[in-house]
Design a protein around this ligand. Structure first.
Ligand SMILES: [Zn+2]
Length: 301
């Protein structure tokens, strides 16, 4: 089992196996990659690209993939997944970032959501393909991942939405297709609280059954601009991690803006002696491994 941090700032908190830097989050803002960190790139979710090219936005019968379209859970603007200039630019960018970091973790490397995309180019491509609508979308996504794999010489991790059942219909994502190219998956399970760990454990079990490559789970600790009152408690994070560890996850990442918020989480986690003792009874080897990892933070606090 491996443990990582997932941050918006190029800072590495102590006590983790690896660090993932959000070099290009969905805002489209780009940071310099770091040689000793992995780089996370949001491919099609890109506010800057849509601001510069409004006609690139992904279209659907329920409106465009624009921040504020409440038909979808979209908190940013998403470029059409077949937009050729964006695809080409992102391929080169991904190759360059790969060279200057430990490897590449991609998210948003698929269609915006169900019903996307019906722009004139997509309609034409679909009709030419002779495939069903859903199979055409799957082929578009998988073919682009194959092109990305050619460019990425180091580790390639593909992030996926926490939907084990409908990712094909919603995003054009076929897990078996992606497993051919990915070194690992990262299931993004961000939430402002983990009060009911049962659901997250259920999702983890679903992904364990389906994914043909190792998979990480990413949990939300403290996002940019968050109020400390509105983020998950350390107790919730420890409990949900244990419950997903026993469901078969191969590792965990913890998302914060910067390294000091990771340290705050570590500090409180170390103080939760009684809870950590109780969680020992929650399962076998993976649970013990996770709790040993948390206990190792005592030395660095
Ligand atoms: Zn389109």
């Amino acid at each position: 089992m491996k443990f990582g941090t997932y941050t918006f700032q190029p800072e590495k908190a102590q006590g983790f196996d690896f660090h993932v830097l959000r070099v290009k989050p969905e805002t489209g803002i780009r940071l310099q990659p770091a040689q000793d960190m992995y780089s996370n790139i949001a491919v099609f979710a890109d506010n800057v690209a849509v601001r510069n090219h409004p006609d690139w936005i992904s279209q659907s019968p329920l409106g465009p993939a624009k921040m504020g379209n409440n038909n979808y859970n979209i908190y940013w603007d998403v470029v059409c997944a077949t937009q050729p200039e964006h695809r080409a630019e992102q391929l080169n960018y991904i190759a360059d970032v790969d060279k200057h970091s430990l490897g590449v973790w991609l998210n948003s490397q698929y269609f915006a959501d169900h019903g996307h995309c019906i722009c004139p180019r997509c309609n034409e491509l679909w009709k030419k393909s002779g495939l069903s609508w859903l199979e055409w979308r799957r082929k578009e996504v998988t073919d682009y991942i194959a092109q990305i794999r050619e460019k990425v010489k180091k580790e390639l991790v593909l992030c996926i939405q926490p939907d084990p059942v409908s990712s094909y219909e919603r995003y054009g994502v076929d897990f078996d297709d992606l497993a051919k190219y990915a070194d690992a998956f990262n299931v993004v399970m961000f939430s402002k609280n983990y009060a009911t760990p049962w659901y997250w454990e259920t999702l983890a079990r679903g992904f364990k059954k389906l994914l043909k490559k190792p998979f990480y789970i990413s949990f939300y600790v403290f996002g940019p601009g968050d109020n400390p009152k509105d983020v998950p408690s350390a107790s919730e994070l420890l409990t949900v991690s244990v419950r997903c560890a026993r469901a078969g996850a191969d590792g965990f990442l913890y998302l914060t803006d910067n390294a000091s918020q990771i340290r705050d989480f570590q500090k409180v986690a170390v103080e939760k002696v009684e809870l950590r003792e109780r969680l020992r009874s929650y399962g076998g080897q993976p649970v013990q491994e996770f709790l040993d990892f948390v206990a190792s933070w005592q030395k660095i606090m």
